[in-house]
Design a protein around this ligand. Sequence first.
Ligand SMILES: Nc1nc2c(ncn2[C@@H]2O[C@H](COP(=O)(O)OP(=O)(O)OP(=O)(O)O)[C@@H](O)[C@H]2O)c(=O)[nH]1
Ligand SMILES: [Mg+2]
Length: 310
Amino acid sequence: MATSSIAGSSSETSYRSGVVAIIGPPNAGKSTLLNRLLGQKIAIVTSRPQTTRNRIPGIVNGPDYQMIMLDTPGLHKPRELMNREMVRIAMESLAEADVVLFLVDAEAMNLRQLEKRKQEYKEYLARIQCPVLLALNKIDLLEHDRLLPIINWYRELYSFSEIVPISALIGDGVNILVRQLTCRLPEGPQYYPDDIPTDMSERFIVAELVREKIFLLTREEVPYSTAVLIDSFQEGQGKKPVIIHATILVERGSQKGIIIGKGGTMLGRIRREAGRDIEQLLGCRVTLKLWVKVKKKWTTNEQLLRELGL
Ligand SMILES: Nc1nc2c(ncn2[C@@H]2O[C@H](COP(=O)(O)OP(=O)(O)OP(=O)(O)O)[C@@H](O)[C@H]2O)c(=O)[nH]1
Ligand SMILES: [Mg+2]
């Protein structure tokens, strides 16, 4: 009797693990959700679309699960080579996924605007082979009576396994979402130790944190014409700071002027604000040295895009 009840409970609480790919339109809150689930910032977040350019895995652990969550670039109609590569990266993450989380901003569009995106969304969703959950994000911004019509619209769009309203920013609904995702993962082993939030390198995240400050502090096309390359990363001995040299690439001389700013004020701000985040990430003092270089049309340079992981 006792044995059978133990056996019964052990099968209910079996360990589940696998890959959850988060895909969805730009600016929906995919990276915000990943950071919230990790309890730390590994993916950069800005209020502008097309912030994320790479596939960024975050390893989310619970007592009986390990989710390898893939943050991906926002799905959009790409024009340039770099943007095409971004959408390709997002769509390729689907092949790895056990479960897909389609994450949208529930507040951004009314039903008429949603109708215009219907075909585009259908095409993305038609390419998915595994269960798809829908997260309706930013419900903290949504008036209560708007939620139900939106849920109904998405129900018509696709047969989602589950629809979960959430606020990735505040945390509402996030625990429910995690339960709904993890119960659909296959039984499997713990692939990574508990204390590894991502397998992206520190160099990558450092470059991203510099790029985030450029997104936050500059305007119009400047952030989209910018990439950050880490030239060197020198571990500090004892109490000495880690010394990081990085180059900010821009496409035009005028953009270089904007990034440097009057008397170097803008570059100084980028360095200070990124430096603070990098110290938090690495847990030690950091000396960050930044250079700005013009590289014409780098966004269409295949070799450089590969260097940037695109
Ligand atoms: N109010 C509110 N804002 C949110 C929420 N989730 C994300 N945001 C904001 O939405 C903006 C975009 O968030 P990101 O996490 O960068 O969105 P993303 O989907 O990763 O965007 P891309 O990388 O460009 O595809 C940021 O300003 C976030 O602070 C939410 O639940 N509520
Ligand atoms: Mg993002």
